[in-house]
Design a protein around this ligand. Structure first.
Ligand SMILES: *Cc1c(COP(=O)(O)O)cnc(C)c1O
Length: 459
């Protein structure tokens, strides 16, 4: 690891040294191997087992503060509403709550989680295309800061529910600005063909209608154009310029606008992407919306939590195929689904000091699940990784554990928070018993074990 960094070939994967150097929470120790903050990942694996999600509290704080500083530096009056869907672990939410984060939630479950972690409803935005009446009632009862409405139908429902409770719901209209965020099709949300938001051309009239409804207090407009946005801030600028135009129109019509919600979506470097820094996003907001003099809101998820986590796994075995070497890990697509779902690239680092320094050759890294899609990486330069060796999937702090399933009856992995030299299990590993505990048999299925016709008769 002491050798100078090789010059990266264009299109080539970053080296282990590159990956570590770009991630301040990670370092390679000559004796302990890969560390997160001051804790050897090998120690966590020894004490907690694998697969395990490991989050860096320091990284969460550092990134939240960097975003805050960028917004302040641009002279914006801005509030940050962490998108809880990226990682809703209570410990993660609590670290961010202590930093003064608000929340962006998309379900009653997330509202309960953010409230339990100490983020007040008065700092929380409720987004999503299919909010259910019970969820809306809960949000209103708790005193939600803002509900982002996504359709005329939803606005009717919001008004009826709020009026029935003797309230006026604080509603922002989510506008679909029809811009292409140039990200993966499955996480683009701001194009006209996407299910999200209200068509730009319809938004002004709908806002005016909202103002006339008994259960609605129109407070502003919102947008969210996509996720993992890495190709500059042009799409943001285009979207925000449209919002500014709309605010001017609304004001011209004498309609109240208190704030503008700029959404989330800022990307992170998984491989060799060079996403715009938060200062560029803040600059784009300032340049387009600054003149309005309104408070703005941001809803970042991935940018804060993604780089703060790794998925720690053990090698089950290496399998030599005809033309390929397969490293079979004990983590699988049911744990980290992003490669299977979005063709996502995640850095993979060996954890032991010897493996970090050993010569590499191409390998496919796969999980044990019975799906060809259960492939984390193809042709990745990795050292020999004998059974039991540890590997870490990088940048797994967002859209990692939250998207896990128990497919193949695999219990949910443990989650650990590292903070300096300390670490703690913040979600114990699910047990095989847990998986069965919540199933019920109807009474007509006899509890007696069946007799399998091929079974040998008892001796
Ligand atoms: C998912 C989502 C976010 C967060 O997106 P990131 O890409 O994680 O920043 C913000 N706002 C809304 C409405 C979302 O649906």
């Amino acid at each position: 690891m002491a050798a100078p960094l090789p010059v990266a070939l264009e299109g080539a994967d970053p080296t282990f040294a590159d990956l570590i150097a770009a991630r301040p929470a990670l370092s390679a120790h000559a004796l302990d191997g890969l560390l997160m903050e001051e804790v050897p990942l090998a120690r966590i694996a020894r004490e907690v087992g694998t697969p395990t999600w490991v989050y860096s509290a320091g990284t969460l704080r550092r990134r939240f503060r960097a975003l805050r500083a960028a917004l302040d530096g641009a002279g914006l009056r801005a509030s940050i509403h962490y998108a809880a869907k990226a990682n809703d672990n209570q410990a993660v939410l609590r670290v961010l709550a202590a930093e003064g984060a608000g929340a962006d939630i998309v379900s009653a479950g997330e509202l309960r989680a953010t409230l339990a972690a100490g983020i007040p409803a008065g700092a929380t935005v409720f987004s999503g295309v299919g909010k259910q009446p019970d969820e809306i009632r809960l949000a209103l009862r708790e005193g939600i800061f803002q509900i982002n409405a996504e359709s005329a139908e939803e606005i009717e429902m919001l008004s009826a529910i709020a009026a029935g409770m003797g309230l006026r719901a604080p509603v922002a209209l989510r506008v679909n600005p029809d811009v292409d965020a140039r990200t993966h099709a499955k996480i683009t949300t701001g194009k006209a063909e996407n299910k999200f938001g209200i068509a730009f051309g319809d938004a002004h009239a709908l806002y005016a209608q909202m103002a006339a409804l008994p259960g609605i207090r129109p407070i502003g407009i919102a947008t969210h154009i996509g996720s993992q946005i890495t190709e500059g801030v042009a799409a943001y600028r285009a979207a925000y310029a449209r919002l500014a135009e709309m605010v001017r129109g609304l004001r011209g019509a004498g309609l109240p606008v208190e704030r503008v919600d700029c959404g989330g979506g800022l990307g992170i470097p998984y491989r060799d992407e060079a996403p715009p820094p938060p200062e560029a996003l803040a600059g784009a907001i300032k340049a387009t919306l600054g003149e309005l003099g309104l408070p703005v809101m941001l809803e970042p998820g991935r940018w804060i939590a993604g780089p703060a986590g790794v998925l720690l796994a053990s090698v089950v075995l290496q399998k030599q195929g005809h033309a390929r070497r397969f490293v079979v890990a004990d983590a699988a697509m049911n744990d980290l689904v992003r490669p299977a779902m979005y063709e996502a690239w995640h850095g993979i680092l060996p954890v032991s000091p010897s493996a970090l320094a050993a010569p590499c050759s191409p390998a496919d890294v796969v999980g044990p699940v019975c799906e060809t899609g259960d492939t984390f990486a193809r042709g990745r330069a990795l050292p020999a990784l004998p059974p039991g060796d540890l590997i870490a999937f990088l940048d797994a702090g967002a859209y990692g554990a939250v998207m896990s399933s128990t497919y193949n009856a695999r219990p949910l992995a443990a989650e650990v928070l590292v903070d300096g030299a300390r670490f703690a299990v913040v979600r114990p590993r699910q047990t095989p018993e847990d998986l069965l505990a919540h199933q019920r048999l109807p009474e007509w299925l006899t509890p007696a074990a069946g007799t399998f016709p091929g079974a040998a008769p008892p001796a």
